[in-house]
Design a protein around this ligand. Structure first.
Ligand SMILES: *Cc1c(COP(=O)(O)O)cnc(C)c1O
Length: 376
């Protein structure tokens, strides 16, 4: 192949995955869901009437079932995705001062959002370098702890637990955008578990969902009663009230809701979180096992227990140009394996959400081996 650029490489069709979408967000959307969307009677009808409201009802009850939420929890939703929910939380969930674990792009951005909020005190930020995981430290006077279950920019996953030494009424807020629906969690350890549907839920972006504990609901009411000024579109108390009626404050993308419910009900029919997590573990077990045995690749995250089961990051030796490999894959229909843009590593990043077939991850690594030897 000398003289050829990587995009001239033709991978033999027998090696290719059935579906070449490995993005970490937006993720692969199952073809069955897209086919169902084209027949959906909900599209083009009012979000304040059936059948859209019953779609939202199925969404809220399906999430309650999937996550095994205890009595007293509620499912709220609104427009804007997880980045907007950071603003929502800074107005509606953090009372005065929060602690943030910062270990990648996403967790750092929520900390920066809070640091910039004039109505809140300077947050405490505990940092770790990319690829590692910091530990929360409970302390008096902190009313919220901001954790990230899966740092999508680095492929580090985190256990979720209430920090020892935290005040009794402190809330644990979890950015679960890329983890929810793929990595299990224990609701007794968290108070607000929020995400968006374009990752494990194989839908499109633009929506946020928050699972709220009784303590979080109490906090929302207390902040509302305190008279704090909150921009109307970011008012969590309003969003909650609309959610209870299976509506949103303003018009949602009905297609996003439809695809979300389709994936949720597919996961439930397959066996719920157990099924979803097992698929992700099968995919990620293969990816990291391949990287271990490879002569040119190795897992980026040093601690095996912190290697994400949904977002795999694999470093390449300097002799192998990961961007050339990703470009060759892309030219063959295998897309979005590039690393997080700002991480700047010679790396590949693979979305292994439940919609991705573990057999396709096996095909992917065979294709990488083929491309690397062709680049040889
Ligand atoms: C994707 C992602 C976000 C941003 O989600 P949007 O819906 O695009 O706002 C935030 N946090 C994490 C951990 C993510 O993976």
């Amino acid at each position: 192949m000398a003289g050829n650029t990587s995009i001239d490489i033709r991978i033999p069709p027998a090696l290719l995955p059935a579906d070449g979408r490995f993005g970490c967000g937006p993720s692969k959307v199952r073809p069955e869901a897209l086919a169902a969307l084209s027949r959906a009677t909900e599209i083009g009808t009012s979000h304040r009437a059936d059948p859209v409201r019953s779609l939202v009802r199925r969404l809220r009850s399906g999430l309650t079932e999937l996550f095994g939420l205890p009595a007293g929890w509620e499912v709220a939703l609104g427009n804007g995705g997880s980045v907007v929910f950071w603003d929502v939380a800074s107005f509606g969930l953090i009372e005065r001062r929060s602690q943030h674990l910062s270990f990648g792009e996403f967790s750092a951005r929520f900390a920066a959002t809070v640091a910039a909020a004039p109505h809140l005190e300077e947050p405490e930020v505990i940092e770790a370098p990319p690829g590692a995981l910091p530990v929360a430290k409970g302390a008096p006077g902190l009313d919220a702890y901001a954790l990230t279950q899966n740092e999508t920019s680095t492929g580090v996953m985190a256990p979720l637990a209430r920090p020892a030494g935290a005040d009794g009424d402190a809330l644990v807020l979890v950015d679960a955008t890329s983890a929810a629906g793929g990595i299990p969690f224990d609701p007794s350890e968290v108070d607000a578990y929020y995400f968006a549907p374009q990752k494990c839920f194989a839908s499109d972006g633009g929506l946020w969902v928050a699972l709220l504990s009784p303590a979080a609901l109490t906090r929302i009411e207390a902040i509302k009663a305190s008279g704090r000024w909150v921009p109307g579109s970011l008012d969590l108390a309003d969003a909650l009230e609309q959610s209870r009626r299976n509506q949103t404050v303003n018009t949602p993308a009905v297609a996003t809701l439809f695809l979300f419910v389709h994936q949720l009900e597919w996961l439930l029919a397959g066996g719920g979180m157990h099924f979803a997590a097992a698929r992700c573990r099968a995919s990620s077990g293969h990816l990291y096992g391949w990287a271990h045995q490879s002569t040119f690749a190795h897992p980026f995250v040093a601690n095996p227990e912190e290697r994400s089961t949904v977002v795999g990051t694999v470093d390449f030796d300097p002799a192998v140009d990961a961007s050339a490999v990703c470009a060759a894959l892309r030219a063959n229909g295998i897309v979005d394996t590039e690393p997080y843009r700002k991480l700047g590593r010679n790396q590949m990043r693979v979305g292994m959400y439940p919609a991705v077939d573990p057999a396709d991850v096996e095909a992917l690594t065979a294709c990488v081996d083929y491309v690397v030897s062709a680049l040889g």
